[in-house]
Every structure is written in C-alpha cells, then in structure tokens.
Design a protein around this ligand. Structure first.
Ligand code: ZN
Ligand code: ZN
Length: 199
C-alpha cells in the first residue's frame, strides 16, 4: 500500500509494488493486479499501518477471503525485528515524510540516482522552490546541480530572490519541471542528456 517513490527505495522481498503516485490509485490498481487470487492469503503493508485499515476493508469488499495486514506498519516491524535480532525481510529504506525522508532498514541500496544512475536512495526536493520535485539525488550530483533537478531549475535557483518571485507571479515556469509536480515522473537522465525541450 505504498506509492512508487516509497517502494523505489525499500520494499518487502517479493512484494507487489504498483507504479502509482497516490493511495487512491494504489487501492484500485492493487485489487486489479491480484484479481485472479481472491482465495490466496493477502498480506498488506504500509508505512505506519493506517492505510492498511482502509485497504483491508477494500480488499474484503472486492471478494478477497484471507486479507491480513501488518499492524503498526514498517515502522513497528523495523523496531521489533531490531529488538529481536532478526534479519529484516524488508530491504532498503523505509520512506517517511520527515526531514530524513527515510529510515534505513538494511544496508541494501536498491535504487539509483535519477541524474547519473549511481546506486543511491536519498530523496531530495529540488532546491528551486517553484519546482520542489521529489527525486533521488547522489551527493556528487547534488554538488554539481546545487541540489536542483535540472540546469533550468539551477539557473532559477541562482537568480536573486525578487527575480524568482517575479517569475513565479508571472507564471513563467515552462522552463522548469514544476508541471510534473504530482502525477508524472520526469526521466531526469533523459532530460539531462537531451535537454528539456525534447523530454
Ligand atoms: Zn548522481
Ligand atoms: Zn526542479
């Protein structure tokens, strides 16, 4: 019951991870993906257990007979596994919406920097406030692009703050990726290779 950017950096071994941006989409897509498995045992998990309350009812409503959920979510699971000295079945990082943007569960790095492809699972928000795109960026790309997602955002980021405000007010933002904010995920490597125009 997690979104793509959450599953990208960490998931349970063998979990079904739908490519979705929101919980609402997650519900619809996940039921579809296992539509032929109504008699199977289903185990749902999410960050802290809250989404699964809703999701388990949704699955039962759709005729699934053996629906289970991870109570307390990955947060509690990680704590218990640690206390009991067990090997986690959740690999990578647990994405959480605090300033860390993720709690490491195992040393595995299962994702890549969106800009250079190096192994990396550190999420950042683009430093251009008008863009704020959530993406994965390694330390060296962070230095190279001043924590921005593209050279276009980097350019805006370096303008005086008044100029940035003026641009925002005038809605002159075609040159940034702010249009992608929620539903689409830009392919940053492609954009960096070919430029924003052709992306
Ligand atoms: Zn990189
Ligand atoms: Zn940006």
């Amino acid at each position: 019951m997690r979104n793509h950017y959450e599953s990208e950096v960490g998931h349970f071994e063998g979990a079904i991870c739908p490519e979705v941006d929101t919980f609402r989409e997650e519900l619809e897509k996940s039921v579809e993906m296992v539509a032929d498995k109504k008699e199977n045992k289903i185990l749902l998990y999410c960050t802290g257990g809250i989404r699964c309350e809703k999701a388990s009812a949704w699955f039962r409503h759709h005729g699934f007979s053996d629906v289970n959920q991870l109570h307390g979510g990955i947060i509690q699971y990680a704590r218990e596994v640690k206390e009991q000295g067990l090997t986690p079945k959740f690999i990578g990082k647990n994405f959480v919406f605090d300033e860390r943007l993720g709690e490491r569960i195992t040393e595995d790095i299962i994702s890549e920097c969106h800009q250079c492809g190096a192994p990396c699972d550190d999420h950042v928000n683009c430093a251009n406030d008008d863009c704020h795109l959530l993406f994965i960026q390694c330390t060296s790309c962070g230095e190279k692009f001043d924590n921005c997602c593209t050279p276009a955002c980097q350019e805006i980021f370096h303008l005086p703050i008044e100029e940035q405000r003026r641009l925002r007010k005038g809605k002159i933002k075609q040159d940034t990726l702010s249009v992608y904010r929620s539903r689409l995920r830009p392919d940053l490597r492609k954009i960096l290779r070919e430029g924003l125009e052709k992306a």
